[in-house]
Design a protein around this ligand. Sequence first.
Ligand SMILES: Cc1cc2nc3c(=O)[nH]c(=O)nc-3n(C[C@H](O)[C@H](O)[C@H](O)COP(=O)(O)OP(=O)(O)OC[C@H]3O[C@@H](n4cnc5c(N)ncnc54)[C@H](O)[C@@H]3O)c2cc1C
Length: 251
Amino acid sequence: MARAAVSGRLGERLRWRVATLVGQREETPTTRTLVLDVPGWPGHLAGQHVDVRLTAEDGYSTQRSYSIASAPDGALLELTVQRVSDGEVSPYLVGDLIDGDLLELRGPVGGWFVWRPEQTEPVLLVAGGSGIVPLMAMIRARRQLGSTTPFRLLYSVRTPEDRMYADELQAPDPGLEVTFLYTRQVPEGWPRFPSRLTEKDMAAVAWAPSTLATSYVCGPTPFVEYAADLLVDLGQAPDRIRTERFGPTGG
Ligand SMILES: Cc1cc2nc3c(=O)[nH]c(=O)nc-3n(C[C@H](O)[C@H](O)[C@H](O)COP(=O)(O)OP(=O)(O)OC[C@H]3O[C@@H](n4cnc5c(N)ncnc54)[C@H](O)[C@@H]3O)c2cc1C
């Protein structure tokens, strides 16, 4: 009986669903949020992703993973996609869709890189580029719950215009501290030159190991590995560091 219930839930998550695009928002010049109506969506946890499948008229089909940007209790599902200039799927999702278009997706996928409402320990979020997407879902989930769990976000981007969700991240949200890091160009009057993430940056935001904080690191693979190593060097227990790599997917 229990096995039937578990496999039933798994079957639900593996089932391809047809979502309707009901809205779009430009987040940055290369990034767009897609607002999707997904009939029968089983719900998700902050941090999970979906697989999106595109099928051409000749039957050729390909799929990519995209993190869910919206908080769990929304009626609609939001994905934020960054255009990879020579990419196969992302330029289409960012530039070619119009409201009413249909997309196939399945999920939610993932059970480790998630923040659950019952977690009360401090949280560090470390994002490189589009790695902000699942971390934004965690920030939104915390806010919607009215949770007082302390959150810190370190968000590394190339230039100020590459910041996704910039207004939302700069709006008051008690208990959330946001630090931006610019690697190519800084805003006017910014107190430092463009720089990649350093140990000093990480030390400034990392929680003391004694707090038993959980750290979530997401972005391109080299960024994630470097950031996670810095956290270990700073004394964080490896099993309290959760990582998600946005390397190429497909299939
Ligand atoms: C779990 C998971 C969640 C993800 N969530 C998101 C998300 O929320 N938003 C988002 O924009 N992307 C996300 N991605 C990345 C996404 O799945 C695709 O890899 C990305 O959109 C590129 O697909 P493409 O078809 O345009 O490029 P492809 O045709 O697959 O690749 C084209 C070229 O770009 C390189 N490339 C592929 N992916 C990337 C990348 N992410 N960064 C830099 N270069 C790349 C390839 O090596 C290749 O040279 C996620 C990936 C994973 C594994």
